[in-house]
Design a protein around this ligand. Structure first.
Ligand code: BG6
Length: 503
């Protein structure tokens, strides 16, 4: 891996403090950073290098650290004091970076700043020549959200392309750095036994859920103009869907992978504006209790307008119109202030075609599930039916756990992703066409919701969300699967085998 200068715009902000610097520190501790990598923090404060180092040291000291590594890591850090809205700051930054032999000429510019500034900062970097790759490579890392809708994403992309080529741009979706997300590919494509079942003939439906017990955590200013559909679903959950649904790529290089993901997004049946209510559901949390603690309603959070109809819960039903998936519902759902934090892909199989055990005590068999839990556990679980011990013919669910179920210590997604940026590997970053097709999926819903401003369903904080969201289900025996452990009683309702149904 080559030496480089890692410039963080927004170095004193939350993302840098909570994610980027700890991830860089841990990579350093693991001996994964090139020896000559330097980190330059760009921030408004009038700080010296030493002041910033002290701040970072104090922040990292709350976490398990090794004094020798911390010392080495802090020596990599320098602080550049500047204001993003001041055009003069950029020529000064260029002179600072290029005029100091300690800073390698390969450079990464990380936008840990408000999305409203992405276009402007990229333009300024281009105008002062810092996007130019004559002497060393230059890479631009963009956080989500990439745009606010399809139109603004197009316009942001055009702005970035004025100064940076697509090969220089790394659009982060931190979900792609999570262990189980990458495991989806290994699980699917390294095991022969799954592939014959991975289609409309055997899979009844797929659920992709991300629930959080947290609220907006001081980010209501951003969140209220975004909402759950933009914040989680358009990005993270649609990315998960592509990995679950894609065809095997020609190989594992970045373009082959991303080509297959785009094909999935392009095959999603467009939601016509008149069908939005049948395919999408939104709600907002009311006051309630999370882990026994009373919590406010969304409308009572600081910085939330009293008449806000921003959704803190969003659910979508999507269909992928291709040979593999036609007519298999994909239910995507996310919410804040729900009962527990959990992210999971749940794949429900169909019932066996013959009800062989009808006359026995196994009157209603439960279906098989594959559960891929991203967090709090990094776990893949298969649920199957076996005979209970004893004289009677009764069935029970047995669980086959793969991966590291039960151990919650995970690598932070940012560690993997930052290393890939340094290494120039685009596989886990979004190509622009992925972003653009993902916006096309949610845009009609956003348009309709933006006009319906007088009512939004609510759910009590600390619950699993509103009952009314069940209206999205296409069959009577569909129900939300909330956690790895939740009981599957309701699976028993009706076997879905139906001779008249060609699916
Ligand atoms: C972010 C969203 O992209 O992802 C947040 O903006 C959300 O609202 C977060 O809480 C969830 O990420 P994680 O890694 O904590 O599951």
């Amino acid at each position: 891996m080559e030496d480089c200068t890692f410039v963080i715009f927004g170095a004193t902000g939350n993302l840098a403090k909570v994610k980027l610097l700890p991830a860089l520190y841990r990579l350093d501790a693991a001996g994964r950073l090139p020896d000559g990598l330097k980190v330059v923090g760009f921030g408004r404060r009038d700080w010296s290098d030493e002041t910033w180092r002290e701040q970072v040291r104090a922040h990292l000291a709350n976490k398990p650290t090794d004094e020798a590594v911390l010392k080495r890591f802090c020596e990599r850090l320098s602080f550049f004091s500047g204001d993003l809205s001041d055009d003069q700051a950029f020529p000064e930054l260029r002179d600072y970076l290029l005029g100091n032999a300690d800073f390698p000429s390969n450079m990464i510019f990380y936008m840990a700043i408000s999305p409203a500034s992405f276009g402007r900062v990229s333009r300024q970097l281009g105008m002062v020549g810092l996007s130019n790759q004559d002497e060393g490579w230059r890479r631009l890392v963009i956080e989500k959200p990439f745009g606010y809708d399809l139109e603004s994403a197009e316009s942001l992309n055009r702005r970035l392309n004025q100064d940076f080529q697509e090969t220089q741009i790394f659009r982060i979706d931190h979900y792609l750095g999570k262990g189980t997300v990458q495991n989806v590919l290994v699980f699917r494509f390294a095991n022969l036994m799954l592939e014959p079942l991975w289609n409309r003939n055997y899979i009844d439906h797929v659920q992709i859920t991300h629930s959080e017990s947290l609220g907006t955590e001081g980010r209501a200013g951003y969140y209220d103009s975004s909402g759950a559909l933009r914040d989680m679903l358009q990005s993270h959950l649609l990315q998960l869907l592509t990995l679950v649904a894609m065809e095997p790529p020609a190989n594992l290089d970045a373009e082959s992978l991303r080509d297959e993901k785009v094909k999935v997004l392009r095959s999603i049946r467009p939601i016509h504006q008149s069908a939005v209510n049948a395919h999408a559901f939104r709600a907002q949390y009311a006051a309630g209790r999370v882990d026994g603690e009373k919590v406010h309603a969304y409308l009572d959070e600081p910085d939330v307008p009293a008449n806000s109809v921003t959704e803190t819960y969003a659910a979508l039903k999507l269909f992928i119109d291709n040979w593999r998936w036609r007519n298999v519902p994909f239910y995507l759902r996310t919410g804040k202030r729900m009962k527990q934090g959990n992210s999971m892909v749940s794949i429900r199989f169909k019932h066996p075609p013959q009800q062989l055990f009808r006359e026995t005590q196994i009157d209603q068999l439960k279906p098989n599930w594959i559960l891929m839990n991203l967090q709090p556990h990094d776990c893949i679980r298969l649920e199957m039916q076996v005979k209970q011990q004893g004289l009677e013919l009764r069935a029970e669910t047995t669980r086959l756990d793969a991966s590291y179920c039960g151990i919650s210590q995970q690598l932070d997604a940012y560690e993997a992703l930052l290393l890939d940026v340094v290494d120039g590997d685009h596989s886990l970053f979004l190509r622009y066409d992925e972003v653009s097709w993902a916006w096309r999926v949610v845009d009609p819903v956003l348009k309709v919701w933006s006009t319906e401003r007088d009512f939004i369903h609510t759910y009590p904080a600390g619950s699993w969300g509103p009952k009314e969201a069940e209206r999205l289900f296409v069959r009577q025996d569909h129900r939300w699967r909330n956690t790895l452990e939740d009981d599957t009683q309701q699976d028993r309702i009706v076997p879905d085998y139906d001779e008249t149904d060609p699916d």
